[in-house]
Design a binder for this molecule. Sequence first.
Ligand code: UD1
Length: 384
Amino acid sequence: MSAETAAQGLSGPVMCIVGARPNFMKMAPILRALAAHEPPLPALLVHTGQHYDASMSDQLFADLRLPRPDLNLEVGSGSHAVQTAEVMKRIEPAIDEHRPCCVLVVGDVNSTLACTLVAVKKGVPVVHVEAGLRSGDRRMPEEINRVLTDQVADRLYTTERSALANLQREGVDEERVCFAGNVMIDSLLSNRPYARVPAETLAAHGADPALVQAGYGVVTLHRPSNVDEPETLQRLLGVLREVSERLPLVFALHPRTRGNIERFGLQGLVAGGRIALLPPQGYLEMLGLMAGATVVLTDSGGLQEETTALGVPCLTLRDNTERPITVDEGTNTLVGRDVAAIREAVAGILAGGGKRGRVPENWDGRAAERIAADLYRWLRPGAA
Ligand code: UD1
């Protein structure tokens, strides 16, 4: 649908969709920018309920000062098919009722694709923030979500210049794309002053604060490819244990990872006092932990970007990244699941400090503002 049709046919709010943890820090600055725009762009916040634990959802809402969602679809967990289908079934009546002028989705989670599919078939324009990122690995569920969302989205906002080439290769017209920058970094910059002190974070969870007094690493792992198979998880925990003998580690455990460590009987590998096992952390705790770390070891997409913005070396335990700028300009290094490569990369960082990088273009804290301005012009082409 063209912007003109959108503006003529629909005058409702911008329906903003969040579902899972990495969506919340992207949506917070967007909501603020829509409200601060002159004139304000009315928004309606929908939480699909894909993530529902207090630690995966409520805590982040509080940390990021997100308003309570106007609607919670409470879909919860399930297979990809069940989860996607439930979001689709439950978002449809909400779109019918609220008649949004567009549906704004962020990132690449199942909720992103599910709401996109429903909106586009109802003739409601879809706006995708963080468009055009590609790992090239179609075994990743997120890659499928990205490709399909971008194919049918009407307005696409990118975080790095390489995304436009990816989109053009897939036949997306450049006219639909706007290089706005990284809203995740908007959140990081505005919350940096409120980051929690790492020693206090450990103490709050009954871990020894002394562990983070003289250098430490931060670990997060949750990708099915890393944590769902016993051999792979065992191998990765084994090398983390080795690393922890030289550098204490703070490991914030995703529910999937915690469950699998228990199911596969691997608790012994993370026991012994040099690895602090924490539940999923709030945004401000994680920010403090990352900012003070010697190195971050992760398979998260968001942490690759946040460490680049913070100038902290990041080792990504994946073979590819959809965020190549974090490697080319930032502090990120891809080490895969290769134990020797991980060991060597950590040793290099301990000896020489690791990559410091530079902050990429448009990761300046104003991406959401650019999105609001562009969205206003796009929805109301006649306006100044
Ligand atoms: C989802 C996203 C992933 C993102 C990640 C961040 C998709 C395809 N994946 O993966 O891109 O990086 O969120 O965390 O959308 N669980 C709980 N409590 C919760 C949520 C989940 O215990 O609040 C457990 C459940 O056992 C669930 C499992 O975690 O089955 C996986 O949750 P799910 O939302 O399906 O995917 P994530 O692995 O979190």
